[in-house]
Design a protein around this ligand. Structure first.
Ligand SMILES: [Zn+2]
Length: 313
């Protein structure tokens, strides 16, 4: 079987103001790093409104549609801006995550990486923020549960920032386990260890500035992997941000490519144990273009290795 790579050129039309770190060039960095890999390339569809409405109220969708400018930029907060092409990119980012779930759960591919922007893990129920507009991974998880009828989905977010949006969208749903490892203090300031969800289904792992791969692995081994293991998920969704890399300009952790290889393997091991290797990974942050490309390649290489051994089913 293969690994799906889901993307769409519409995400190049979500243009942020000059100097903004969440820039179009991130897609070139990621897709360029994956260009020689043997992947099943899939075009991201626009998300169906019903899928988005599992996570956000209609008023939020209407707000985004109203805000979208015909030219120039509209700012939804200090760092979240819409250009003319943003709306399509936003809808395809969510649609790509949903498509990944469909492909993996149908057994068409072993696992999938969604290389889209804008990212989604900061978007709350009614608030676009932190470069994010819709909660892509939460939408994908709820689609897996409600549409495909899987029982439990684990989301693991290793972006350097707390996935406050995903937490907001899933913390009252005991069918979803949400684990986030992130630098603290850092934007947005949420994600303390005592935020545990309505049913003890949220696991926050704050990491001090300067934490390197050794400290990161220890924290993941202690606080995240045993929780995912005990949850026995039917699907694992990864919020794959690569801004915990030591070269990233937005944060102060000190991971290297090998650390992303390590956590990807660890999550694939748990997926092998509980759910036939079913992993859907969605790009979140990562703002040093060289590190972003290298880390995304390291991450997808592991997914590709794992898909090799699997037969279609
Ligand atoms: Zn981030």
């Amino acid at each position: 079987m293969k690994t799906a790579l889901i993307s769409h050129t519409d995400c190049l039309d979500h243009v942020t103001p000059p100097g903004h770190p969440e820039q179009v060039a991130r897609m070139d960095a990621v897709l360029g790093a994956l260009k020689d890999m043997d992947l099943h390339r899939v075009s991201a569809p626009l998300a169906a409104e019903d899928d988005v409405l599992r996570a956000h109220p209609r008023s939020h969708l209407e707000m985004l549609r109203r805000a979208a400018p015909a030219e120039g930029w509209v700012s939804l907060d200090a760092d979240t801006h819409m250009s003319r092409g943003s709306l399509a990119a936003v809808w395809r980012s969510a649609g790509g995550a949903v498509r990944a779930v469909d492909l993996v759960l149908a057994g068409d591919v072993a696992n999938a990486f969604v290389a889209m922007r804008p990212p989604g893990h900061h978007a709350e129920r009614i608030t676009a923020m932190g470069f994010c507009f819709l909660g892509n991974v939460a939408i994908a998880a709820k689609h897996a549960l409600d549409h495909h009828g899987v029982r439990r989905v684990a989301i693991v977010d290793f972006d350097v920032h707390h996935g406050n949006g995903t937490q907001d969208l899933v913390e009252d749903d005991p069918r979803i386990l949400f684990c986030s490892a992130h630098q603290s203090p850092l934007y947005l300031g949420t994600g303390a260890a005592d935020e545990t969800g309505s049913d003890d289904n949220v696991v926050n792992v704050p990491l001090e500035e300067g934490t390197d791969g050794r400290g990161f692995r220890k924290a993941i081994e202690r606080s995240v992997l045993p929780r995912v293991d005990a949850f026995k998920p039917d699907l694992i969704i990864i919020s794959a941000g690569f801004d915990a890399h030591r070269d990233d300009p937005l944060a102060g952790l000190a991971l290297v490519e090998d650390d992303f290889t390590w956590i990807t393997r660890a999550l694939c091991d748990l997926a092998d144990k509980h759910c036939g290797g079913r992993v859907v990974s969605c790009l979140e942050g990562g703002y040093d273009l060289t590190a972003l490309g290298a880390c995304a390649a390291a991450h997808v290489k592991v997914l590709r290795e794992r898909s090799n051994g699997r037969n279609a089913g």
